[in-house]
Design a binder for this molecule. Structure first.
Ligand code: NAP
Length: 293
């Protein structure tokens, strides 16, 4: 058996085209374009590159955006003030604080200060609560992107045993809550570093989602024949044959697992592109909610 690869780049492209069409329809009705404000702190090159990618993708979708950049030594109080001001600014629809933040800044405080109705990353506790209780809010982009990958690839979730490896607030926990929702109706198990029998649990899954941050952690013997395997991990693996000295690898041993699974996401080109696509979708949704639609 060779797994059907789930084309995250292609599906994300479709969503971006759909968002662009909806933004065009929205502005043609006389509304101003949606506006995304991105807060970037410090000079981490990876963060700067992610932010550039998000702003570029927004512009391509007809969403206006700007980056508010701060030095690594910015006081926490100044960031809190900025995020609160953006929350009151009627010309801003979405606010995204690029993580990670420098060590002296408490991410919970900053994310907690984001206006929940502009929290397009879906990470503040109000939106986490809305997700758990099934109310309308903003879904975190990576878990929402994983669900889109499954549904647009016609992979059934109802009653399917879904084993999620990783319990972070960013991926594992919100994804578990999303998969449990009525309509998706999965049966969910979450595993973490203290889980016993992790291999056996993974092997019993119809859907395995790996979000732990360890290259090639999920081996062939952890996958049931015919399972769907979603690889969230982005890991740098040393590779002297590459000019940059490393390559990107997921949490799944891709070459081995592709002979066992029925569906598999590649890294890169799987979950990654979906995260940005869902951010655009959330920003459009925020703009529409702000005008009462
Ligand atoms: P995280 O906050 O570091 O959480 C990792 C989770 O994996 C924790 O729950 C941890 O368990 C668990 N874990 C670590 N080692 C384990 C082991 N040996 N056995 C079982 N569980 C283990 O990571 P994250 O933010 O969720 O990200 C996970 C991965 O996804 C990273 O590679 C990250 O780069 C990637 N990611 C990708 C995207 C995307 O857009 N594609 C978005 C977000 C994250 P404990 O809780 O017990 O410590």
């Amino acid at each position: 058996m060779s797994a059907q690869l789930i084309d995250g780049r292609g599906i994300a492209g479709q969503i971006r085209t759909e968002v662009r069409a909806e933004v065009d329809r929205w502005t043609a009705q006389g509304h101003r374009p949606p506006y995304l404000a991105v807060v970037l702190v410090g000079d981490n090159p990876a963060s700067a590159s992610y932010v550039r990618g998000k702003i570029r993708a927004s512009q391509e979708a007809g969403i206006m955006g700007d980056t508010l950049a701060f030095g690594a030594d910015v006081p926490e109080s100044e960031l809190l003030e900025t995020v609160s001001r953006l929350g009151r600014d009627k010309s801003v629809d979405g606010i995204l604080v690029q993580l990670p933040l420098p060590a002296h800044i408490r991410p919970d405080r900053i994310i907690g200060a984001v206006n929940p109705d502009k929290d397009v990353d879906g990470l503040n506790t109000i939106n986490a609560g809305r997700l758990v209780t099934g109310r309308a809010g903003f879904l975190p982009c990576t878990p929402a992107g994983i669900v889109e990958l499954l549904t647009r690839s016609d992979i059934p979730t109802c009653g399917q045993h879904t084993v999620i490896l990783g319990r972070s607030n960013l991926v594992g926990k919100p994804l578990a809550n999303l998969m449990l929702r009525k309509g998706l109706d999965a049966t969910v198990t979450i595993c973490h570093s203290r889980t016993r029998n992790l291999k056996a649990l993974a092997r019993s899954a119809d859907i395995v989602v790996a979000a732990i941050g360890r290259a090639c952690f999920v081996t062939e013997d952890m996958v049931k024949p015919g399972a769907a395997v979603i690889d969230v991990g982005i890991n740098r693996v040393e590779d002297p044959s590459r000019t940059r000295g490393y390559r990107l690898a997921g949490d799944v041993d891709f070459e081995a697992v592709r002979h066992k699974a029925a569906h598999l996401t590649p890294v890169p080109g799987g979950v990654g592109p979906m995260t940005i696509a869902m951010l655009l979708k959330n920003t459009l949704l925020a703009a529409q909610r702000h005008t009462g639609l």
